[in-house]
Design a protein. Structure first.
Length: 289
């Protein structure tokens, strides 16, 4: 009961924060990746001289650069993101979609590189408070946020519906698509395809990086109690890794299913909920209040 009251108070505070927002305008910044490709970051800049807390936000594969539009707070906060350097097909069709794997491999490693470069760009701005930069990763964006936080020492990390055990998560997606039509016999094939996809694209293991978070870093992990997209063991594996780290950490398990990239309301509500945690951790107001 106490935990529910605390969650209710935090949610109410977050929704109150969402009531008003003032922005000086949007800016664009070109980031050059290690392989020479460029990604364009979108920044929503508050009025005034700063220095401001900053939030880097990364969601699913589609419309990542639009996520800053969903952030609402009564505090001056600079919000930044960029679209991933990959446009996935609308539908996965086996085996035709396998031709996208080379581009996906480049996108995974390019995005990891890009988040680090965006962090360096923000740190170099005179209007950013370097001690109060937070990276938020939701769903597909969660591994990128986790890796960047560990590699670059980003002060704050918020993981929404994140996961470890990438192979299990990919296998679940194949199962979700084909098992209703083909039955349980497709599960071994789903695992085989997932193993091959991971072996080829070589994504970083989020749990390996989560365990490396250092003292002084703060992490909030928000999970869905009825997540049909992420196997429970994959979400728990990531949390156990956070729990082994030296970071200050907290986990919230909320009712409902996985975040829907087409629904702006749940995304906005979860971001609003996160502001209460950021206030308590001193990632927004200088006094932490």
């Amino acid at each position: 009961m106490r935990g529910r009251r605390r969650l209710l108070r935090t949610t109410m505070a977050g929704l109150l924060l969402a009531a008003s927002t003032a922005w000086a305008g949007d800016e664009r910044a070109d980031l050059t990746l290690a392989d020479g490709r460029k990604v364009q970051a979108t920044l929503r800049v508050p009025p005034g001289a700063g220095p401001f807390p900053a939030i880097m936000v990364f969601g699913g594969f589609r419309r990542a650069a639009r996520v800053p539009e969903l952030v609402r707070t009564d505090q001056p906060v600079l919000v930044a993101s960029f679209d991933y350097p990959f446009a996935p097909p609308r539908r996965f069709i086996f085996p035709d979609s396998l031709r996208d794997l080379p581009e996906l491999r480049r996108a995974i490693h390019g995005t990891v590189d890009g988040v680090g470069r965006l962090y360096a760009y923000l740190r170099a701005r005179a209007d950013v408070d370097v001690a109060r930069i937070t990276v938020v990763g939701a769903s597909v964006g969660a591994p990128f946020a986790t890796v960047a936080a560990a590699e670059h020492g980003i002060p704050g990390l918020i993981v929404v519906h994140g996961f470890g055990r990438v192979t299990a998560v990919i296998a679940r997606q194949f199962q979700r698509r084909y098992e209703p039509r083909c039955g349980a016999w497709c599960r071994p094939l789903a695992w085989l395809l997932a193993v091959l996809a991971v072996a080829y694209t070589d994504p970083p293991a989020p749990e390996d990086f989560a365990a490396r978070l250092a003292p002084g870093q703060r992490v909030l992990m928000i999970s869905a109690a009825e997540d049909s997209f992420i196997p429970r063991e994959a979400a728990d594996a990531l949390w156990r890794a956070f729990d082994r780290s030296d970071a200050r950490r907290e986990r919230m398990v909320l009712p409902g299913d996985h975040i829907n990239p087409k629904s702006e309301r749940p995304i906005g509500e979860i971001l609003a909920l996160s502001f209460g945690w950021m206030r308590r951790e001193g990632l927004l107001a200088p006094d932490g209040g």
